[in-house]
Design a protein around this ligand. Structure first.
Ligand code: ATP
Ligand code: MG
Length: 434
């Protein structure tokens, strides 16, 4: 809209055109106030019934809540107004009317359940709190990109329609591709690895991953956003260094640039950028510490996956972000390299928030023969992955990398109860639209 001023930019003495949603009408008799809201904030519009044009006053007072209005007028200082200024209108126009029955209350006075919010995301995101999550999400992704660029990584985009899966068959979504079976990609794993052998060497991708997980949990989505990194000539410890730096960069950017959003979420006092190095525990130490908490009925033994309650107990015990390293080879995927001096130990690592896993990574198997053997051990047919394995015959450098769930990063950063709050339109067992 030509010449439109954001409400937050309206200064006393200005003549402005503002546009936004009618947040509230306060009719005090001789005088009435319209509170107009746009993406930048809210502003008071004053209606003086005896002094102003009747038609103008009537248009303002008749407008239903959440209708879109365009208001022209003069900005005056008014210490009693919520923002210290108000607009004295010379014209009010209803651009788009809202029905009086709304499926949820954007003023936030009436709480709505998450399914109602997700079914009416447009209205939900008129609430400052919900909107703040996505402003912060955008800032996190911006900061992460910048951090990767500072490490000289190149942003890539790999296919999401693929012929084979990487993380086992059960979590794949099959689709029909011109009569042939294809799948939605679970992870850019194999593609990003192929790039470390290309002239690019160090790459990152921020893109969707699709997992046909059957279970509905507060931390799983069927379509998630993965922040992936992979670098040639890196071992797992160097990959962990970058992982830690990227996560800290995200927190720092939010602390620095999202003051208003943190305030809207009630986090401005408690938001803390992780400081110091993330502790690096071996898997062995992790299971000992979990066992020592007494949180589990049965003691964990070497080779066990960490159950969710175990992760929680350990997270509480550690109390900050941490890595778990040196996993048993048998519980990490085939493409992860084992330690050279002990093949029962994997270079795979997880990076954890006290509440849950955020990252999995490791050094990769770059030696052709060992890679093929790994496929066979995992019960996968190496022939089906020929497009991938054959590149390991033409000079594939040692490399390492990781994948970080963007929604889990945001969920833990903002202490959200449910991962769905960090996605505009989540996909889960029950939800395919909107
Ligand atoms: P989990 O054991 O918690 O289900 P995972 O080990 O299966 O996760 P990975 O394959 O290691 O997941 O994926 C790397 C990262 O991607 C995870 O640490 C997580 O942050 C994110 N991620 C994976 N699957 C999902 C999902 N279904 N929903 C949201 N994020 C996910
Ligand atoms: Mg994992």
């Amino acid at each position: 809209m030509n010449g439109r001023t954001y409400t937050a930019d309206a200064e006393p003495g200005d003549t402005v055109t503002i546009a936004g949603w009618l947040h509230e009408t306060r009719d005090l008799g001789g005088i009435a106030f319209l509170i107009l809201r746009d993406t930048s904030g809210k502003i008071q519009v004053k209606l003086e019934k005896d002094e102003m044009d009747d038609a103008l006053v009537e248009t303002g007072l008749d407008a239903s809540r959440e209708s879109v209005l365009k208001v022209e007028g003069d900005v005056k200082e008014e210490p009693r107004a919520p923002t210290g200024v108000e607009v004295v209108p010379t014209s009010i126009e209803v651009i788009a009317e809202a029905e009086t029955q709304l499926p949820l209350d954007p003023s936030g006075k009436v709480d709505a359940e998450l399914p109602t919010r997700l079914n009416n995301r447009t209205l939900d995101l008129r609430r400052e709190e919900a909107k703040a999550v996505f402003e912060i999400r955008a800032e996190v992704l911006r900061a992460v990109r910048e951090a990767f660029r500072s490490f000289a990584a190149t942003e890539i985009n790999t296919p999401k329609i693929v012929a084979t899966g990487t993380e086992g068959g059960t979590e794949l979504f099959p689709i029909s591709y011109f009569g042939e079976e294809a799948f939605m990609n679970q992870s850019p794993q194999l593609f990003k690895q192929l790039m470390v052998g290309s002239g690019l060497e160090r790459v990152f991708e921020i893109g969707p991953i699709f997992r046909a997980e059957e279970h509905n949990t507060p931390r799983h989505l069927n379509e998630a956003t993965s922040i992936d990194f992979e670098s040639a000539f890196f071992d797992h410890t160097e990959a962990m260094d970058v992982c830690e730096a990227v996560v800290k960069a995200a927190y720092e950017a939010v602390a620095e640039n999202c003051e208003r959003e943190l305030e809207a979420l009630g986090l401005d006092e408690e938001f803390a950028v992780p400081d110091g190095e993330f502790p690096r525990l071996t898997y062995e130490e992790a299971i000992q510490r979990i066992n020592a908490t007494g949180a589990l009925d049965e003691q964990l033994v070497w080779g066990d996956d960490l159950p969710t309650e175990g992760e929680h107990a350990l997270g509480q015990d550690v109390g900050e972000h941490y890595f778990i390293t040196d996993w048993p080879s048998e519980i990490k995927p085939f493409y992860i390299k084992d330690h050279d001096d002990d093949e029962t130990l994997s270079t795979g690592f997880d990076m954890m928030h006290p509440r849950m896993e955020l990252v999995s990574g490791g050094q990769r198997e770059h030696r052709y023969e060992e890679l093929i053997a790994g496929f066979e051990q995992q019960g996968l047919d190496p022939e089906a992955f020929d497009y991938y394995t054959k590149m390991f015959k033409y000079g594939m450098p040692p490399h390492a990398g990781w994948g970080l769930g963007a929604e889990r990063l945001i969920m833990t950063m903002l202490d959200l109860d449910n991962i769905r709050e960090a996605v505009l339109f989540p996909r889960d067992r029950q939800r395919l639209s909107p």
